[in-house]
Design a protein around this ligand. Structure first.
Ligand code: NAD
Length: 292
């Protein structure tokens, strides 16, 4: 049986670790939070007493942590405990520079590394339908296939180490721009007497069509089973979108890229977050424009 060390068992990591366990991998898990660790241990994972203990003898090491500093700190701490020939996959959303730094520090110890950030949220993590966007060599992308397939449905190879993180923030920056644009267009229609359902149907068949209109309408009660029709509960939090837009902004500064729409979306999301909406779904940016 192949052994996977899984570090970081939060909203995403907990269900991902359980899907690995269900797929027949032996999971050696660790989280600083004892409750999170106990929850996966109850489903058959081995609860390790430390990250160093979790990586012992593992064929794969997966991390799902909040930010770059946590990921760098973890691998500085455990790199000498990871067995030779193991493959490390960091699935957190972090800046590409930190991902490359981790790749280099593991590479110096002869350990293979890919960054593999995800799209699909907590629902996708639970259902095992995540999309993984992988940065690393073609050989390591191939090696990652079985573990990633146990947790997800779509696997993409974006390029070398760090490329997964870049592709992920490009996508989320575009998503935020689409969400803001769709929200302001819908509210403009409503302010001028249109029914948002009718306007959504018209735009869905016209050139303004986009993912948010199709599957994630931000205006309450236009679509069933989306966060906007459930008081913006569940889904992808404003806090996380603001974090990803911060990463996109840092990335743009480093490459001297012009991202005016992304910068504006970031400012709107940060303001929305500061008004106490950080835990709401990111489609709640609609409220920024609506009068209610
Ligand atoms: P979370 O805060 O729920 O979980 C993070 C976990 O890491 C916590 O349980 C925490 O105790 C643990 N942790 C922190 N430092 C640690 C350390 N040094 N050693 C061991 N455990 C440690 O966060 P999440 O929602 O699961 O997100 C994790 C990552 O996935 C983030 O980078 C996030 O941006 C990304 N992401 C989240 C979503 C989402 O919808 N939640 C979607 C896509 C990507």
């Amino acid at each position: 049986m192949q052994v996977v060390a899984f570090i970081g068992l939060g909203n995403m990591g907990g269900p991902m670790a359980l899907n690995l366990q269900k797929a027949g991998f032996q999971v050696q898990a660790f989280d600083l939070n004892k409750d999170a660790l106990a929850a996966v241990a109850a489903d058959g994972a081995i609860a390790a007493g430390s990250a160093k203990a979790a990586v012992q003898g593992a064929d794969f090491v997966i991390s799902m942590l909040p930010a770059g500093k946590h990921v760098i700190g973890l691998y500085q701490d455990v790199r000498s405990d990871i067995k030779a020939g193991a493959l490390v996959l960091d699935c957190s959303t972090i800046d590409a520079q930190s991902a490359r730094q981790v790749g280099a520090l593991l590479g110096d110890a002869g350990i293979a590394f890919v960054d593999a950030p995800v799209s699909g949220g907590v629902g996708g993590a639970k259902a095992g339908t995540l999309t993984f966007i992988v940065g690393g060599s073609a050989e390591n992308f191939q090696r990652a296939n079985d573990v990633l397939s146990a947790m997800g449905k779509n696997l993409f190879h974006a390029g070398e180490v760090g490329a997964g993180q870049i592709a992920k923030i490009c996508n989320n920056m575009l998503l935020s721009v689409l969400m803001v644009g769709t929200s302001e267009a819908l509210q403009l229609g409503v302010d001028n007497g249109l029914d948002p359902k009718v306007l959504s149907e018209i735009m869905l068949k016209s050139s303004g069509r986009n993912w948010t209109l199709e599957l994630y309408n931000p205006c309450p009660d236009v679509q069933p089973n989306v966060p906007s029709s459930n008081n913006y509960q569940g889904g992808f939090m404003v806090d996380l979108m603001a974090k990803d837009l911060g990463l996109a902004s840092e990335c743009a500064q480093q490459s001297q890229s012009s991202t005016p729409m992304g910068a504006l979306a970031r400012n709107l999301y940060v303001q929305h977050q500061r008004q106490g909406n950080g835990k709401l779904d990111f489609s709640s940016i609609f409220r920024f424009f609506s009068k209610k």
